[in-house]
Ligand binder design. Structure first.
Ligand SMILES: Cc1ncc(COP(=O)(O)O)c(C=O)c1O
Length: 444
């Protein structure tokens, strides 16, 4: 029988000889039947090194909101590449980009740039600690804020505040309190006059696209104000995706600081911290020294400016379209898979969704721990065989360029893949993926 993934397999074997673990980030390792190597991305589609084509709902773990290689971004970047790759000095695009962020994101009066979401989260914590003169930070169980030590505790898939990986410094998170989300009593109990900031994903995308309870965000806003602590929204995923102004625009609750990344750069590594001028004054006054060789690199800044410009120009059309595509995609996964014998629960808002193999609703972190993550990974592998590429742990992203024909193709693929997965799961001793992994796909 011919191997559909022959070249990917050879590529993986080659990579393993020199690239530790064969993948550049551990979250790519859980892909079944193996981590696929890609050769091209265009619009809503990917082509792998074997020439197999896929409708892509992973979108590089979120950033490709405008699809793969969007023409406007490519054109602007090409021009910038010919002009200058890096100056290690000021340039005109960074101010223009900062203006675009401040124009579009409700809390943004000033901003700074970094290269990744993790870095920008770290910068936001520093700014918050300096602005309040306090040290403790509250984060929520099942929320993800990147790989750096202080907040890489209690991430999706973990039952408690344990560290995400070996090698973390326990002292780095000693001033971090992990609270259950959507639980105001727990937050009230954790608050105190030593709290510098409360940080959260305002729509808990990583943990399962879990919704804030009605009134929860505004009450957290009130509690933080009352306690003299800052509210930080980690909008690395929701920024520019849930609305032009992110979750804060969509939910109508404005934080003191917000962290942006992913979609902002249209695939280029750039992130930002933005917020109230009074708080960002820590950077203006240089009490917080915000540094980084590549900060606001002209190529990345150009990509981000082109992306925001396009989103801003067409916001009235693009965001309703994302909502419609996201909702239809969620329905397809829910209905077609369940009809084929693989019960799927799908939470969705705007251009993002999270699917779980589960018989019951998934509305809380505890619910996510009861779902069958291994079964979903197998299903994601079966989807690959049918020409649909998704993230193995359940997240689904749509872009502004997905089309009805993509959804039609997906409908058929989901039915077939679900039937194949259900058949495998029904076998007594099977090729079932029983390897212990957490919900983020990381090996325990
Ligand atoms: C909400 C959130 N914050 C922070 C990060 C970290 O971003 P990065 O991977 O760019 O460091 C991520 C990454 O997935 C994220 O989803």
């Amino acid at each position: 029988m011919s191997d559909r993934y022959e070249r990917s397999r050879a590529q993986q074997e080659r990579a393993r000889r020199s690239l530790a673990g064969g993948v550049a980030t551990a979250y790519r390792a859980p892909q079944r039947p193996l981590p696929i190597s890609f050769a091209r991305g265009r619009g809503s589609g990917l082509t792998d090194v074997d020439g197999n084509e896929y409708v892509d709902y992973a979108l590089a773990f979120g950033p490709m909101l405008l699809g793969h290689s969007p023409e406007t971004v490519v054109r602007a970047v090409r021009q910038q590449l010919a002009t200058g790759i890096g100056y290690g000095a000021c340039h005109t695009v960074e101010a223009e980009l900062a203006e675009a962020v401040c124009r579009t994101v409700p809390c943004a009066e000033l901003c700074v740039f970094s290269n990744s979401g993790s870095e920008a989260v770290h910068a936001a914590l520093r700014i918050a600690r300096a602005a309040t003169g306090r040290n403790r930070v509250i984060k929520f169980l099942g929320h993800f804020h990147g790989w750096l030590d202080p907040l890489a505790v209690g991430i999706p898939g973990l039952r408690d505040a344990s560290p995400a990986t070996g090698g973390q410094d326990p002292l780095a998170s000693s001033a971090v309190t992990v609270c259950p989300w959507n639980d105001l009593d727990a937050l009230r109990a954790a608050m105190g006059d030593d709290v510098a900031a409360v940080i959260m994903e305002p729509f808990a995308v990583n943990g399962g696209c879990l919704f804030p309870d009605p009134g929860y965000l505004s009450e957290v806003r009130r509690l933080t104000e009352q306690a003299g602590a800052l509210l930080i929204f980690d909008e690395v995923i929701t920024g520019f995706r849930l609305a032009l102004g992110g979750a804060q625009q969509r939910f109508g609750v404005v934080p003191d600081l917000a962290v942006l990344g992913k979609a902002m750069g249209a695939g280029f590594p750039i992130s930002a911290v933005c917020g109230r001028a009074e708080v960002m004054d820590e950077v203006v006054s240089a009490r917080v020294r915000h540094v980084g060789t590549f900060n606001a690199n002209p190529v990345c800044a150009t990509a981000a400016l082109a992306a925001i410009t396009e989103l801003e120009r067409d916001a009235g059309h693009l965001y309703p379209r994302l909502e419609q595509l996201g909702s239809r995609l969620a329905d397809i996964f829910r209905v077609e898979a369940t009809d084929a014998g693989l019960p799927l629960v799908v939470n969705q808002l705007g251009g993002m969704a999270h699917a779980f193999c589960s018989d019951g609703p998934v509305a809380s972190h505890e619910d996510t721990l009861r779902t069958d993550a291994a079964a979903y990974r197998s299903f994601a592998g079966a989807l690959l065989d049918e020409g649909v590429h998704v993230i193995s742990r359940g997240l689904l992203y749509v872009s502004t360029v997905h089309e009805d024909t993509d959804l039609d193709r997906t409908r058929e693929a989901v039915g077939k893949a679900a039937a194949a997965t259900a058949a495998v799961l029904a076998e007594p001793t099977t090729m079932r993926d029983t390897e212990a992994m957490d919900a983020t796909g990381a090996r325990r």
